[in-house]
Design a protein around this ligand. Structure first.
Ligand code: ATP
Length: 586
């Protein structure tokens, strides 16, 4: 017995060191911003003094404050460049690491998880939620830190400059900021509606373009175009309303900001007349109060973004923490030389997790002796494919056990079981949009070209592949659309054979083919079955007559089992199925 350790390497989300430098730089830039109005005020005081007649000393007097201000401007520019550049790097690394970790976490989940979750939702977690989280992360560090420090620092400066003017500002600003936050929230909700409407239009286009053959076959082009037009028009109307709202908001905020400037000059002028304020102090006050207004507006926008970012992050982290019920790896494996391929279903009962009240299998028992073909037949929806899914350990039985050479498959390493023991050829073979070579190699990633050719020959596929101009390098198109059903089936057979599995599951592998294609596929399957334990799931009774054992599945259990002749003689369910199919055929 070879124990295999389950493992997955956690991806670090944040690169250390770099992350620490970003807040320091942002804080430095913000503190300098607080200093700027004071330096500006000093400069204005010198300028206004000189303007009153001390012209000869102007250059000498102005040099010191001007150079100090210039140095602060340069340093602030440098710090701003530093933290924004670093933040971009950190943000991208965090988002990339989150995506990688999330994708690995999703691929680890059991099949039942995918039954219960829509693929579109998972793709949204991977794309827009990670994006949203990254944006808020960046905004909180850059804008949040900056705006918070600036607001606090500038308020201190304002108070030191003129407590009276600051008192006035403290009365007006909260009113204006609250009004701005209220209108901003309304505009954001309008913007969300407009985005959702654009997404609805995209879904219509995506469905129509993705299923263009069905649209063409039903001559539904005009109807689909009409649907798309309606959704796009609705999105356009919402965006126009949003534009109108933004225009009004901009106009009103300009009015408010200019009003504050005018008010400050008006009140400041009277304080200057009473010698309570110098022109430089008034200038400092104006600049600092503008900085406070900008910072407060930024913080109110930031709040909405933070809430969205946190909820997007929570959705992603919830998935990241999710542990699959059946881990991908871990457990024992049977050494190749003692693997026989004897499979036994012992009193297995099963309900799908998404439909717990509905028993698909009930006390199902069946033995597949090594190197023999066992076929399962029965009415559609009777649970035949479910038997195959349980053997692959896509799901766990609710009761009973399934054994391979006497070992409960629950104790075996699932990735060894799926990767090396079982070859699975499903009803609808799924190919990836790459070359035929890569599609076959999917069965055994390290396989040489010669092994791929051999598997294709066994699967009756080598001949038709070589007739293509590009041969094995032919791209099969998205989901294999550039190939016929029979060709896809044979590539899927080659893919399954490449790992030389001890057990082969054939799930109605020939059901969708015409007679000629079926013959080519059947030949390949017969060749593939030799020397392996085969579980054959078929509707076409003609394809299973040579099986060593035929089990008829009814009401979730094996109702009768035997060879074709035995079952015919018995005159039970199987004989009835054969009689009905012959009648339908004639
Ligand atoms: N992922 C799933 N989640 C919930 N129920 C499922 C799922 N897959 C299948 N079922 C249900 O389980 C029952 C058995 O389905 P299964 O596909 O095993 O039948 P089948 O005998 O292979 O049918 P067919 O011959 O038509 O393919 C059906 O009632 C089906 O609706």
């Amino acid at each position: 017995m070879v124990p295999v350790q389950g493992c997955h390497t956690p991806v670090p989300m944040c690169p250390h060191g770099v992350t620490d430098s970003v807040p320091k730089l942002a804080l430095g830039a913000a503190l300098l911003n607080v200093r700027i109005p004071v330096l500006l005020g000093q400069l204005v005081n010198v300028v206004s003094r000189c303007a009153r007649g001390h012209v000869p000393t102007y250059l000498r007097e102005v040099r010191r404050p001007a150079l100090r201000l210039l140095a602060v401007y340069c340093l602030q520019g440098l710090l701003t460049f530093g933290y924004i550049a670093l933040l971009a790097r950190v943000g991208e690394q965090v988002a990339g690491n989150m995506r990688k970790a999330l994708f690995s976490a999703l691929l680890r989940q059991e099949v039942a998880f995918f039954d219960a979750t829509r693929t579109g939702q998972l793709v949204a977690r991977l794309t827009s939620d990670v994006q949203e989280f990254k944006s808020s992360f960046k905004l909180v560090i850059s804008q949040g830190l900056r705006s918070g420090t600036q607001t606090a620092g500038c308020f201190v400066s304002l108070y030191l400059l003129s407590p009276k003017l600051t008192g006035l500002l403290l009365v007006t600003l909260p009113v204006l900021v609250s009004a701005g936050a209220f209108i901003g929230a309304f505009l954001r909700s309008l913007s969300r509606q407009a985005q959702e409407q654009v997404a609805k239009a995209t879904v219509v286009a995506d469905e129509a373009l993705g299923n263009v053959r069905t649209v063409r076959a039903f001559a539904m082009e005009e109807q689909q175009a009409g649907l798309f037009r309606a959704e796009v028009d609705r999105a356009g109307r919402l965006s126009e309303q949003l534009g109108l709202g933004i225009a009004a908001f901009q106009g009103l905020s300009n009015l408010a900001l200019n009003g504050i400037v005018l008010g400050t000059i008006f009140v400041g002028g009277s304080l200057m007349a009473g010698d309570e304020l110098s022109p430089g102090d008034l200038m400092s006050f104006l600049v600092a109060s503008q900085t406070v207004q900008r910072s407060l507006a930024n913080i109110s926008i930031l709040m909405g973004q933070v809430v969205r970012g946190l909820s997007a992050g929570a959705r992603v982290f919830e998935l990241l923490r999710l542990e699959p019920l059946v881990p991908l790896q871990g457990g024992i494996s049977i050494p190749a030389h003692s693997l026989r391929g004897h499979i036994s279903f012992n009193h297995v009962s099963f309900s799908y997790p998404t439909r717990p009240g509905y028993r698909v299998l009930e006390d199902f028992s069946l033995t597949l002796p090594p190197c023999q073909t066992v076929a399962i037949v029965g009415p559609s929806g009777g649970g035949k494919s479910t038997v195959a899914a349980l053997l692959e350990r896509f799901y766990e039985p609710t009761a009973g056990t399934i054994t391979l050479d006497g070992h409960d498959i629950a104790s075996l390493d699932p990735s060894w079981l799926r990767g090396q023991v079982i070859g699975f050829i499903s009803q609808e073979p799924v190919l990836f949009g790459t070359t035929i070579m890569e599609n076959i190699r999917f069965g055994k990633p390290g396989a040489s070209d010669a092994e791929v050719f051999e598997a294709a020959r066994l699967a009756n596929a080598d001949g038709f592949i070589r007739t293509f101009p590009e041969g094995y390098n032919t791209i099969v198109g998205e989901r294999g659309t550039a190939l016929s059903g029979g060709q896809k089936q044979r590539i899927a057979i080659a893919r399954a054979l490449l790992k030389d599995p001890a057990v082969l599951i054939l799930d109605e592998a020939t059901s969708a083919l015409d007679a000629r294609a079926e013959r080519a596929v059947q030949e390949a399957l017969d060749r593939a079955a030799a020397g392996r334990t085969v579980l054959l799931i078929a509707h076409r009774l003609s394809t299973i007559q040579a099986a060593h054992l035929i089990a008829v599945l009814a009401q979730g259990r094996v109702a009768e089992a035997g060879t074709h002749e035995q079952l015919l003689r018995q005159g039970g369910l199987y004989a009835e199925l054969i009689r009905r199919q012959t009648k339908d055929g004639s």
